[in-house]
Design a protein around this ligand. Structure first.
Ligand code: AMP
Length: 542
């Protein structure tokens, strides 16, 4: 048998440190702007970020953090969090971003399961850290991400981030290593059981950063000023800290204030061109911008994902504000990007409503992600835009197994995403539900997302969730839970009338209930489990 002929190109491993080194060397003067927990605006450049990340890596080495060991973070989006990302991964350890919005018991579980040796935290989480410390005996030190002047007093012996960094000279070279070395860890909070850890590698992260930046993905460039609203503790802010370095974009970090006013001010003062976040944050931003009659003077496009982007929101952004929405789907287990929605060449000739219809979908897979939909018997379903089944994914940035798990969730090499979707002949994916949220009425499936999207198009509805309630004949029927806009006197009958002609008759909810607030998960998704519990024995009026 002939020996395979190997290529004769450099075997440079795909390492996260190379992203930072590239940004520092080729986009060294490009700014990174952060609204700090201390209250002010901090500015520096990619060159500064790289230097300080090297100092931080030296400091962590001095503290004894070794290869493959985990360092946790409990922090908002800011430049120190960025330095932790790059320093920890770059030196060969694992940055473990923890979601501070989870319950303390969950956080303690996650920190212990990950065996974090140190945890760095924003000082506004001091009370949380003091609660956690006795439950996390494996943590050798808690690093307050601030300077000596702002160091809070605590009964814990806190380490001061700026003292650690300031004590080092930055004379440190990023080590070379196998590109499959673990780099980051992120836990997904499933609705059942304990949270599960997704362990990213340098290779998966760099490849994902390449994929994310592509024109038919996030279309990122050195001309962009990127404001990640999506937190750095939610799947690495969808990879933006990495892809921004890859293209040399300006980064703008909003810190802890994600209300409409704070965000809008940063968008305008920093010339933000591109942003990304879950629909809930955009609800707040749009409400604020409308209330003051403002416009976005620089914002060109925004990625909306994490849960379905209501078509009404897409329309408002595009029509009222001239901001292009890129609807995206993904998950922690997919680093997170799977699909993004853009028009193709031939769509340009379609009337605006038909174009809008395409853009409402979750989009097409980017290179690096392969998808299929599967029926109840495991058979692959056709891409006809009608058949819906369980969505499976595979590729170099898709999970193989959860951290410290004995078994792999893969089925024949594919990851079952837990989402239900249709795929049309051109490959456009439409997520109809989480498999556990789908409503099964008389053996047929009703898409809760579609039912919610209709409600969200009503001018007096702020937010709506559709859940299944038990029905003696049909097994399950949809119930719509609605939060009215302030001042609205909308009735059940008004809402039901709004559905006429907008969905098939049997998809119209059996009833509508009004609530003051819909509960959300720690990552901003509607907590349907809570709603299902609250309305477990609900009897529809109809
Ligand atoms: P997470 O791992 O927290 O990012 O959650 C991933 C899950 O969020 C996915 O499996 C979907 O159920 C949901 N999701 C993400 N993006 C979308 C989207 N654009 N439309 C509908 N559901 C989405």
């Amino acid at each position: 048998m002939a020996t395979p002929l190997l290529g004769q190109m450099m075997a440079a491993p795909l390492l996260i440190s190379s992203l930072l080194a590239h940004a520092a060397r080729h986009h060294g003067d490009t700014e990174i702007v952060s609204r700090r927990i201390e209250g002010d605006i901090h500015r520096y450049t990619w060159r500064d970020a790289e230097h300080r990340s090297r100092q931080l890596a030296q400091a962590l080495r001095r503290l004894g953090v070794g290869d493959g060991e985990r360092v946790g973070t409990l922090a908002w989006n800011g430049y120190r969090h960025l330095e932790l990302y790059y320093a920890i991964s770059g030196m060969g350890s694992v940055v473990h971003t923890v979601n501070p919005r989870l319950f303390p018991e969950q956080i303690a579980y996650i920190v212990n399961h990950a065996e974090d040796r140190y945890v760095a935290f924003d000082i506004n989480f001091l009370a949380l850290v003091e609660t956690l410390a006795p439950q996390c005996p494996g943590v050798q030190g808690w690093i307050a991400m601030t300077d000596r002047a702002h160091l809070p007093t605590s009964h814990l012996p806190l380490l001061c981030y700026e003292d650690l960094v300031g004590a080092e000279d930055g004379n440190f070279s990023w080590p070379s290593m196998d590109e499959n070395t673990a780099s980051g860890l992120c836990y997904t909070s499933g609705t059942t059981g304990h949270p599960k850890g997704v362990l990213y590698s340098h290779r998966s992260t760099v490849l994902h950063a390449f994929g994310a930046a592509l024109p038919d993905a996030m279309a990122m460039s050195a001309r962009d000023a990127v404001l990640p609203v999506v937190p750095m503790f939610h799947v690495n802010a969808w990879g933006l800290p990495y892809s921004s370095a890859l293209v040399g974009a300006k980064l703008v970090f909003p810190g802890k204030d994600l209300d409409g006013k704070s965000l809008y001010e940063l968008f305008e003062t920093e010339g933000v061109t591109f942003s990304a976040g879950v629909p809930t944050v955009w609800l707040g931003l749009l409400t604020y911008v409308k209330s003051i009659g403002a416009r976005f003077s620089t914002l060109e496009r925004t990625v909306i994902g994490g849960s379905a982007c209501p078509p009404a929101m897409l329309q408002t952004f595009e029509k009222d504000y001239g901001v292009r929405v890129i609807h995206a789907w993904g998950m922690s287990e997919m680093s997170p990007l799977g699909t993004l929605c853009h028009l193709r060449k031939h769509h340009r000739d379609l009337p605006p409503e038909a174009q809008q219809h395409v853009l409402e979908k979750q989009g097409t897979a980017i290179y690096g992600v392969d998808l299929k939909i599967v029926g109840p018997d495991g058979e692959e379903l056709p891409w006809d835009g009608k058949a819906f089944g369980d969505l499976y994914a595979r590729g170099p940035w898709v999970l193989d197994r959860y951290f410290r798990a004995d078994t792999s969730p893969l089925v024949d090499g594919w990851f079952p995403t837990g989402d239900v979707a249709t795929i049309d002949p051109e490959g456009y994916v439409q997520i109809t539900d989480r498999s556990k949220d789908v409503i099964k009425s008389g053996g047929e499936w009703i898409s809760s997302i579609d039912v919610e999207n209709v409600a969200m198009a009503h001018p007096e509805i702020h937010e709506a969730a559709c859940i299944a309630i038990r029905h003696p004949k049909w097994e399950e029927r949809p119930l719509l839970v609605v939060v009215r806009k302030p001042g609205s006197t909308l009735t059940r009958e008004d809402v039901l009338a709004f559905y006429q002609g907008r969905v098939v008759k049997w998809w119209i909810p059996d009833d509508v209930v009004f609530v003051d607030e819909i509960p959300h998960t720690a990552t901003g998704k509607m907590l349907k489990l809570k709603l299902r519990e609250a309305f477990r024995d609900y009897q529809a009026a109809s």
